[in-house]
Ligand binder design. Sequence first.
Ligand code: KG4
Ligand code: ZN
Length: 324
Amino acid sequence: MTILGIETSCDETSLALVRDGKEVIHEFTHSQYDTHRLFAGVVPEFASREHVKNIGILYKELVGEKTYDAIAVTQGPGLSGSLVVGNVFAKTLSLLQDVPIVGVHHVLAHMYAIQLSMDIEYPFGIILLSGGHSVVTLCTGPLECAVLGTSIDDSCGECFDKIAQYLGLDFPGGALLEKHAKRGNAEAFSFPIPLVQGKDFSFSFSGIKTAVVHQRKKFQQISECTSEDIAASFQAAVGKALKGIVDRIVERYGSIPIVFCGGVAANQYLREVLMERVSVPMPQYCTDNAAMIAGLGYHYVKSERFMRWDAPIFTRDETFKRFV
Ligand code: KG4
Ligand code: ZN
């Protein structure tokens, strides 16, 4: 079964054709960095306009004469205007092509993305760090996960982006901070590890964010060397927190597989830190992409969770959070 995936939850317009939930036939993604760079952050109004401009072009390039059996669209969470573009496009195609449609949960799709890179059996532990979410879960199936812990304040991606901005880096912050950190000394500063004390699976990123800002203020005229050292030391502290979470998962659940996913998992340094014990999707399936939507969409179709015609988009939705 071939599924057309459509992802427009934020600033990426992405379309993909995926066979049987696993095999990516083709994917096209248009990133809106150039539009938002000027504002050092995503401007929702411009994001929607860019989706309108690009979604039809991507569809024509990707699909052409090819056919598909169902459509999977990101229903939420995300920016409302951006989601509306993808959802109206998907519903219109569904009517015209007479194929069923499913509305996919973006966060669950990030957790599914590993299945596009390798075969991995359920259950497995997940550390998902993105711009909107930082959660640790136990996944028992493509559509089922129980939350073990979350960030109690900022998300990890947000923290990367804010620190990049403080250091005067361009947009998008996360990836540029990683590049910057490559030239820095990771032991130059000792920042607080963004992990809640005890046996918990929770993160806290606001403390490290404040510590970095204070460190920066100490150096009125921040030299290139210092800012690179700050970036590297910050990344090292995040790496230590991730290792701490991995240890806690192993302590509680033994030898189950552990997966690191979401936009922050595109970070090469963090991938290497966790390499021994943790599986990570290919970088293009860590950041927002339509292949993960089509991949998980296959399981929605199989379990007959079709979208109703009057289904709304959702900008915030925490229903994936079933706590254990
Ligand atoms: O999953 P994602 O593409 O979108 C959301 O669902 O939020 O995640 C975006 C986040 C951004 O905060 C971005 O800065 C971060 O992922 N990110 C990175 C890297 N690439 C993207 N953070 C650290 N290192 C990277 N290489
Ligand atoms: Zn995402």
